[in-house]
Design a protein around this ligand. Structure first.
Ligand SMILES: [Ca+2]
Ligand SMILES: [Ca+2]
Length: 336
Protein backbone atom coordinates (compact mmCIF):
# COMPACT_ATOMS: atom_id res chain seq x y z
CA UNK A 1 0.00 0.00 0.00
CA UNK A 2 1.14 3.49 -0.79
CA UNK A 3 2.63 4.84 2.49
CA UNK A 4 0.80 8.11 1.96
CA UNK A 5 -2.51 6.25 1.75
CA UNK A 6 -1.60 4.10 4.74
CA UNK A 7 -0.87 7.11 6.94
CA UNK A 8 -3.21 9.73 5.59
CA UNK A 9 -5.90 8.77 8.09
CA UNK A 10 -3.46 9.92 10.75
CA UNK A 11 -2.30 13.03 8.92
CA UNK A 12 -5.59 14.92 9.03
CA UNK A 13 -6.23 14.36 12.77
CA UNK A 14 -2.63 15.27 13.54
CA UNK A 15 -2.90 18.44 11.47
CA UNK A 16 -6.15 19.33 13.21
CA UNK A 17 -4.55 18.76 16.62
CA UNK A 18 -1.58 20.94 15.70
CA UNK A 19 -3.88 23.67 14.42
CA UNK A 20 -6.00 23.45 17.55
CA UNK A 21 -2.91 23.67 19.78
CA UNK A 22 -1.61 26.66 17.86
CA UNK A 23 -5.02 28.28 18.03
CA UNK A 24 -5.25 27.68 21.77
CA UNK A 25 -1.82 29.24 22.28
CA UNK A 26 -2.84 32.33 20.32
CA UNK A 27 -6.10 32.62 22.23
CA UNK A 28 -4.28 32.20 25.54
CA UNK A 29 -1.78 34.94 24.67
CA UNK A 30 -4.52 37.32 23.52
CA UNK A 31 -6.56 36.71 26.67
CA UNK A 32 -3.53 37.17 28.90
CA UNK A 33 -2.70 40.48 27.24
CA UNK A 34 -6.26 41.67 27.60
CA UNK A 35 -6.32 40.44 31.19
CA UNK A 36 -3.26 42.49 32.14
CA UNK A 37 -4.97 45.59 30.75
CA UNK A 38 -8.13 44.78 32.73
CA UNK A 39 -6.07 44.08 35.85
CA UNK A 40 -4.24 47.40 35.68
CA UNK A 41 -7.42 49.40 35.18
CA UNK A 42 -9.25 47.44 37.87
CA UNK A 43 -6.54 47.93 40.50
CA UNK A 44 -6.48 51.64 39.86
CA UNK A 45 -10.17 52.00 40.49
CA UNK A 46 -11.55 49.65 43.11
CA UNK A 47 -8.93 48.08 45.40
CA UNK A 48 -8.09 48.92 49.00
CA UNK A 49 -4.38 48.15 49.10
CA UNK A 50 -3.57 50.33 52.11
CA UNK A 51 -6.34 48.90 54.28
CA UNK A 52 -5.56 46.71 57.29
CA UNK A 53 -6.95 45.86 60.69
CA UNK A 54 -9.19 43.27 62.27
CA UNK A 55 -12.90 42.52 62.26
CA UNK A 56 -14.73 41.25 65.32
CA UNK A 57 -16.64 38.02 64.75
CA UNK A 58 -19.38 37.44 67.33
CA UNK A 59 -19.89 34.10 69.04
CA UNK A 60 -22.54 31.94 67.41
CA UNK A 61 -23.54 28.70 65.75
CA UNK A 62 -23.60 27.99 62.05
CA UNK A 63 -24.07 25.17 59.56
CA UNK A 64 -20.56 24.02 58.69
CA UNK A 65 -19.83 22.08 55.52
CA UNK A 66 -22.03 20.99 52.67
CA UNK A 67 -23.57 17.75 51.43
CA UNK A 68 -24.07 19.09 47.91
CA UNK A 69 -20.51 19.15 46.55
CA UNK A 70 -17.26 17.26 47.24
CA UNK A 71 -17.41 14.36 49.71
CA UNK A 72 -14.84 15.86 52.08
CA UNK A 73 -17.14 18.83 52.75
CA UNK A 74 -19.76 16.72 54.52
CA UNK A 75 -21.60 16.13 56.66
CA UNK A 76 -23.20 19.54 57.08
CA UNK A 77 -23.52 20.05 60.83
CA UNK A 78 -24.16 22.76 63.41
CA UNK A 79 -20.97 24.08 64.99
CA UNK A 80 -20.62 26.66 67.77
CA UNK A 81 -17.76 29.15 67.67
CA UNK A 82 -16.58 31.53 70.42
CA UNK A 83 -16.03 35.21 69.60
CA UNK A 84 -12.71 36.15 67.99
CA UNK A 85 -11.26 38.74 65.67
CA UNK A 86 -9.69 38.11 62.29
CA UNK A 87 -7.54 39.99 59.78
CA UNK A 88 -9.75 41.79 57.29
CA UNK A 89 -7.23 41.08 54.52
CA UNK A 90 -4.88 38.32 53.47
CA UNK A 91 -1.39 38.92 54.92
CA UNK A 92 0.54 41.02 52.39
CA UNK A 93 4.13 41.04 51.17
CA UNK A 94 4.73 44.27 53.13
CA UNK A 95 3.47 42.74 56.37
CA UNK A 96 5.47 39.56 55.84
CA UNK A 97 8.59 41.59 55.04
CA UNK A 98 8.30 43.37 58.40
CA UNK A 99 8.10 39.98 60.12
CA UNK A 100 11.21 38.75 58.29
CA UNK A 101 13.15 41.93 59.04
CA UNK A 102 12.35 41.86 62.74
CA UNK A 103 12.66 38.11 63.31
CA UNK A 104 15.34 37.00 60.85
CA UNK A 105 13.10 34.04 59.99
CA UNK A 106 13.98 31.96 56.90
CA UNK A 107 11.02 30.40 55.09
CA UNK A 108 10.63 26.74 54.14
CA UNK A 109 11.07 27.51 50.43
CA UNK A 110 14.40 29.20 51.13
CA UNK A 111 15.69 26.15 53.01
CA UNK A 112 13.94 23.52 50.94
CA UNK A 113 16.93 21.19 50.94
CA UNK A 114 16.39 20.68 54.63
CA UNK A 115 12.84 19.57 53.91
CA UNK A 116 13.90 16.88 51.46
CA UNK A 117 13.58 18.78 48.20
CA UNK A 118 16.62 18.70 45.92
CA UNK A 119 17.15 22.44 46.13
CA UNK A 120 15.51 25.53 47.55
CA UNK A 121 12.38 26.59 45.74
CA UNK A 122 8.66 26.09 45.59
CA UNK A 123 5.76 25.01 43.40
CA UNK A 124 4.70 27.51 40.74
CA UNK A 125 1.71 27.36 38.43
CA UNK A 126 2.72 28.89 35.13
CA UNK A 127 1.74 28.38 31.50
CA UNK A 128 -1.02 25.94 32.33
CA UNK A 129 0.98 23.60 34.53
CA UNK A 130 2.55 23.12 37.97
CA UNK A 131 6.26 22.65 38.42
CA UNK A 132 8.86 22.87 41.18
CA UNK A 133 10.90 25.99 40.45
CA UNK A 134 14.33 26.34 42.04
CA UNK A 135 14.69 29.79 43.57
CA UNK A 136 10.96 30.47 43.86
CA UNK A 137 10.06 31.88 47.28
CA UNK A 138 8.04 34.70 48.78
CA UNK A 139 10.44 37.33 47.42
CA UNK A 140 10.48 35.64 43.99
CA UNK A 141 6.91 34.42 43.56
CA UNK A 142 7.22 33.36 39.92
CA UNK A 143 10.82 32.11 40.09
CA UNK A 144 14.33 33.54 40.59
CA UNK A 145 13.91 36.15 37.83
CA UNK A 146 10.79 37.63 39.43
CA UNK A 147 10.52 39.93 42.45
CA UNK A 148 7.98 41.77 44.57
CA UNK A 149 8.99 45.30 43.65
CA UNK A 150 5.79 47.33 43.58
CA UNK A 151 3.82 44.37 44.95
CA UNK A 152 3.73 45.34 48.63
CA UNK A 153 -0.01 44.83 48.75
CA UNK A 154 -0.16 41.48 46.98
CA UNK A 155 -0.91 38.59 49.32
CA UNK A 156 2.31 36.87 50.37
CA UNK A 157 2.71 33.40 48.79
CA UNK A 158 5.12 30.47 49.01
CA UNK A 159 4.51 30.23 52.73
CA UNK A 160 4.39 26.77 54.29
CA UNK A 161 2.19 25.99 57.28
CA UNK A 162 5.26 26.40 59.48
CA UNK A 163 5.96 29.83 57.95
CA UNK A 164 2.38 30.99 58.50
CA UNK A 165 2.47 29.73 62.08
CA UNK A 166 5.79 31.52 62.70
CA UNK A 167 4.27 34.79 61.45
CA UNK A 168 1.24 34.33 63.69
CA UNK A 169 3.49 33.63 66.71
CA UNK A 170 5.52 36.76 65.96
CA UNK A 171 2.35 38.82 65.68
CA UNK A 172 0.96 37.46 68.96
CA UNK A 173 -1.89 35.86 67.09
CA UNK A 174 -2.93 32.44 65.76
CA UNK A 175 -4.02 30.73 62.57
CA UNK A 176 -7.80 30.28 62.38
CA UNK A 177 -9.27 26.86 63.04
CA UNK A 178 -11.17 25.44 60.09
CA UNK A 179 -14.45 26.25 61.86
CA UNK A 180 -13.40 29.82 62.68
CA UNK A 181 -12.33 30.37 59.09
CA UNK A 182 -15.56 29.03 57.58
CA UNK A 183 -17.76 30.85 60.08
CA UNK A 184 -15.99 34.13 59.28
CA UNK A 185 -16.11 33.47 55.52
CA UNK A 186 -19.89 33.11 55.61
CA UNK A 187 -20.18 36.70 56.79
CA UNK A 188 -23.30 36.05 58.86
CA UNK A 189 -25.13 34.12 56.15
CA UNK A 190 -26.01 30.60 57.19
CA UNK A 191 -26.08 27.52 54.98
CA UNK A 192 -25.72 29.42 51.70
CA UNK A 193 -23.54 28.25 48.84
CA UNK A 194 -21.29 31.27 48.53
CA UNK A 195 -19.97 33.90 50.92
CA UNK A 196 -22.48 36.34 49.41
CA UNK A 197 -25.56 34.15 48.79
CA UNK A 198 -26.64 31.27 46.60
CA UNK A 199 -25.51 32.57 43.17
CA UNK A 200 -21.90 32.54 41.98
CA UNK A 201 -22.13 35.74 39.96
CA UNK A 202 -25.26 37.63 41.02
CA UNK A 203 -26.34 39.99 38.27
CA UNK A 204 -23.29 38.90 36.31
CA UNK A 205 -20.95 40.48 38.90
CA UNK A 206 -17.81 38.63 39.97
CA UNK A 207 -17.41 38.95 43.74
CA UNK A 208 -14.09 37.12 44.14
CA UNK A 209 -10.87 36.58 42.22
CA UNK A 210 -11.26 33.16 40.60
CA UNK A 211 -10.67 31.76 37.08
CA UNK A 212 -12.90 32.25 34.07
CA UNK A 213 -12.39 30.36 30.83
CA UNK A 214 -11.10 26.90 30.02
CA UNK A 215 -8.92 25.66 32.89
CA UNK A 216 -5.91 25.34 32.77
CA UNK A 217 -5.47 26.72 29.28
CA UNK A 218 -6.77 30.27 29.35
CA UNK A 219 -7.97 32.56 32.12
CA UNK A 220 -10.01 35.31 30.53
CA UNK A 221 -9.68 37.51 33.62
CA UNK A 222 -13.35 38.45 33.25
CA UNK A 223 -13.41 39.16 37.00
CA UNK A 224 -10.74 41.85 36.54
CA UNK A 225 -7.65 39.76 37.33
CA UNK A 226 -5.79 36.89 35.72
CA UNK A 227 -3.51 35.75 38.54
CA UNK A 228 -3.14 37.18 42.03
CA UNK A 229 -4.70 40.53 42.78
CA UNK A 230 -3.78 43.23 45.27
CA UNK A 231 -5.72 42.44 48.45
CA UNK A 232 -9.13 44.06 48.82
CA UNK A 233 -10.16 44.37 45.18
CA UNK A 234 -13.55 42.66 45.60
CA UNK A 235 -16.47 43.54 47.87
CA UNK A 236 -16.17 42.67 51.56
CA UNK A 237 -18.46 40.02 53.03
CA UNK A 238 -21.00 40.65 55.76
CA UNK A 239 -18.28 40.81 58.43
CA UNK A 240 -16.17 43.29 56.45
CA UNK A 241 -13.63 40.66 55.32
CA UNK A 242 -11.97 40.78 51.92
CA UNK A 243 -10.88 37.89 49.70
CA UNK A 244 -11.97 35.11 52.06
CA UNK A 245 -13.03 33.49 48.81
CA UNK A 246 -10.50 33.39 46.00
CA UNK A 247 -7.29 35.30 45.32
CA UNK A 248 -5.10 32.94 47.41
CA UNK A 249 -6.00 29.86 49.45
CA UNK A 250 -5.52 30.33 53.18
CA UNK A 251 -3.92 28.06 55.76
CA UNK A 252 -5.95 27.02 58.78
CA UNK A 253 -4.59 25.64 62.06
CA UNK A 254 -6.14 22.23 61.50
CA UNK A 255 -4.62 19.02 60.13
CA UNK A 256 -6.57 17.58 57.19
CA UNK A 257 -8.65 14.42 57.37
CA UNK A 258 -11.14 13.37 54.67
CA UNK A 259 -13.80 13.61 57.40
CA UNK A 260 -13.32 16.81 59.37
CA UNK A 261 -14.91 15.19 62.44
CA UNK A 262 -11.73 13.15 62.93
CA UNK A 263 -10.13 16.31 64.24
CA UNK A 264 -12.84 17.45 66.63
CA UNK A 265 -11.31 16.05 69.82
CA UNK A 266 -7.70 16.89 69.06
CA UNK A 267 -5.78 18.90 71.63
CA UNK A 268 -5.67 22.64 71.03
CA UNK A 269 -1.86 22.69 71.26
CA UNK A 270 -0.69 22.30 67.67
CA UNK A 271 2.48 20.53 68.77
CA UNK A 272 0.37 17.70 70.15
CA UNK A 273 -1.73 17.38 67.04
CA UNK A 274 -1.32 14.67 64.40
CA UNK A 275 -0.10 15.42 60.93
CA UNK A 276 -3.36 14.66 59.16
CA UNK A 277 -4.09 12.18 56.40
CA UNK A 278 -4.99 12.49 52.73
CA UNK A 279 -5.54 9.21 50.84
CA UNK A 280 -4.31 10.93 47.66
CA UNK A 281 -0.90 11.56 49.24
CA UNK A 282 -0.51 9.04 52.10
CA UNK A 283 2.43 9.66 54.41
CA UNK A 284 2.56 13.38 53.61
CA UNK A 285 1.75 15.75 56.50
CA UNK A 286 -1.33 17.66 55.36
CA UNK A 287 -3.21 20.68 56.63
CA UNK A 288 -6.56 22.20 55.68
CA UNK A 289 -6.56 25.18 53.33
CA UNK A 290 -9.76 27.10 52.62
CA UNK A 291 -11.34 29.55 50.20
CA UNK A 292 -9.96 28.59 46.82
CA UNK A 293 -7.73 30.79 44.69
CA UNK A 294 -7.41 32.64 41.40
CA UNK A 295 -6.95 29.16 39.90
CA UNK A 296 -10.39 27.86 40.90
CA UNK A 297 -12.69 27.50 37.90
CA UNK A 298 -16.11 25.99 37.29
CA UNK A 299 -14.33 23.58 34.93
CA UNK A 300 -11.52 22.68 37.33
CA UNK A 301 -11.91 23.41 41.05
CA UNK A 302 -15.26 24.53 42.35
CA UNK A 303 -13.81 25.33 45.75
CA UNK A 304 -14.66 29.04 45.80
CA UNK A 305 -17.21 28.35 48.56
CA UNK A 306 -16.96 28.62 52.37
CA UNK A 307 -17.68 24.90 52.82
CA UNK A 308 -14.91 23.79 50.45
CA UNK A 309 -11.66 22.45 51.90
CA UNK A 310 -8.48 21.00 50.52
CA UNK A 311 -5.48 19.02 51.76
CA UNK A 312 -2.11 20.70 51.41
CA UNK A 313 1.39 19.41 52.15
CA UNK A 314 2.27 21.43 55.26
CA UNK A 315 5.87 21.85 54.11
CA UNK A 316 5.07 23.23 50.69
CA UNK A 317 3.82 26.71 49.93
CA UNK A 318 2.88 27.53 46.35
CA UNK A 319 2.15 30.69 44.39
CA UNK A 320 -1.55 30.46 45.20
CA UNK A 321 -1.55 29.85 48.99
CA UNK A 322 -1.35 32.55 51.66
CA UNK A 323 -3.01 33.07 55.04
CA UNK A 324 -4.52 35.45 57.57
CA UNK A 325 -4.51 35.40 61.37
CA UNK A 326 -6.98 35.51 64.26
CA UNK A 327 -6.84 36.54 67.91
CA UNK A 328 -5.71 33.86 70.33
CA UNK A 329 -8.46 32.15 72.26
CA UNK A 330 -8.48 29.26 74.68
CA UNK A 331 -11.90 28.09 73.50
CA UNK A 332 -12.14 25.28 70.97
CA UNK A 333 -14.95 25.13 68.47
CA UNK A 334 -17.83 22.98 69.70
CA UNK A 335 -18.36 20.35 67.03
CA UNK A 336 -20.86 17.58 67.74
CA1 LIG B 1 -9.44 36.06 38.26
CA1 LIG C 1 -8.34 34.16 49.99
Amino acid sequence: MNPLIRYRRFILPAALLLAAAAGMALVERAWQTASVRRQNSHEMSSCHPAAAGFAHIPAGSFLMGSDAHYAEEGPQQAVAVAAFDIDRFEVTNAQFAQFITESGYVTSAERATKLGFPESGSAVFSRSTWSFVAGADWRHPDGPDSDIQGRDHDPVVHVSFEDAQAYADWAGRALPTEAQWEYAARGGLNGQEYAWGDTLTPGGNHLANTWQGLFPVADTGADGHAGRAVVGCYPANGYGLYDMIGNVWEWTADPYFPDRRFGKDLPADRLERPIGFDPRQPGVPVGVIKGGSFLCAPTGCRRYRPAARHAQDTGLGTNHIGFRTVSRTAARDAMP
